[in-house]
Design a protein around this ligand. Structure first.
Ligand code: ATP
Length: 249
């Protein structure tokens, strides 16, 4: 449902020794919106994302998805429910073709509702679905290429196709533009704009041009705590945010 958060973190706390890596963090994601999470190095963005994806348990607080408390659910379980994390997790098999990589991801999804009659037509269905996903991310022409031979940007696109194979509702994207040149990051930005209507997206990203271009909502973390959250204009003009970034650089 548009306008209601499909995914929500409520008051997350996570400490390492005396260091509060996330300090009372709450965040809401809605379908059709890109929510960017930004902050200086060491602010706690990755720690936050890992608690949303299920790799890390919060010391306190909750994670809700689709009206359900999923705080105690493992990462694979959350992925099956529809919460996909991309870019630091998905393993591309270098020696497989691009299409084979996506087929493996599709298969890992269909395996969970396996039936005999399905099995008969399974391979054809899986390959078709893999091709459709490759078209969707703009890699249709590279299906039979060895994954290892893709450019850095194309590998990121392949990872998105593999994440989409899980039929997620929530996409948690961890610095998708890292290591990309302007052309590649522009292409990826266009892809995210295209995908946006169908997903609730959390975007952790250092490139501010990309954040200002794509984000509907921006939240700013400093020392694990959220110091501002709002529209691009609100956050850009916020004095506390400007100070936090000036202090860094
Ligand atoms: P960057 O932008 O540099 O990736 P970040 O905002 O993602 O930074 P985190 O990686 O989440 O920040 O780190 C937040 C804080 O928690 C940092 O001070 C970091 O040193 C600390 N930290 C993260 N993981 C651990 C860990 N496993 N053990 C101890 N401290 C950790």
């Amino acid at each position: 449902v548009q306008g209601r958060p499909v995914f929500e973190a409520r008051n997350l706390y996570k400490s390492y020794g005396g260091l509060r890596a996330t300090d009372d963090l709450s965040i809401q994601l809605e379908t059709g919106k890109i929510h960017a999470l930004i902050g200086p190095n060491g602010a706690g963005k990755t720690t936050a994302l890992s608690q949303l994806s299920g790799e890390l348990r919060p010391d306190d607080g909750q994670v809700w998805f689709d009206g359900q408390d999923i705080t105690r659910f493992s990462m694979p379980w959350r992925a099956r429910m529809g919460v996909a994390r991309s870019f630091q997790i998905t393993a591309i098999f270098d020696d497989f073709t691009v299409a084979e990589n996506v087929a493996v991801a599709v298969q890992s999804r269909t395996r969970h509702h396996f039936s005999f009659w399905r099995a008969v037509s399974r391979d054809a269905g899986i390959n078709q679905r893999a091709m459709a996903l490759l078209e969707q991310v703009g890699l249709g022409g590279f299906a039979s290429r060895r994954a290892a031979d893709l450019s850095h940007g194309q590998k990121r696109q392949l990872e998105i196709a593999m994440a989409l194979a899980l039929e997620p509702k929530v996409l948690l994207l961890d610095e998708p533009m890292a290591g990309m040149g302007p052309t590649e990051s522009n292409q990826l930005a266009e892809l995210l704009e295209k995908l946006k209507p169908d997903f609730a997206i959390l975007l952790v990203e250092h490139d501010m041009n990309i954040v200002f271009r794509l984000a509907d909502v921006i939240s700013v973390l400093v020392n694990g705590a959220m110091i501002a959250s709002g529209s691009v204009d609100d956050v850009r003009d916020n004095e506390d945010v400007q100070k936090a970034y000036l202090a860094e650089g």
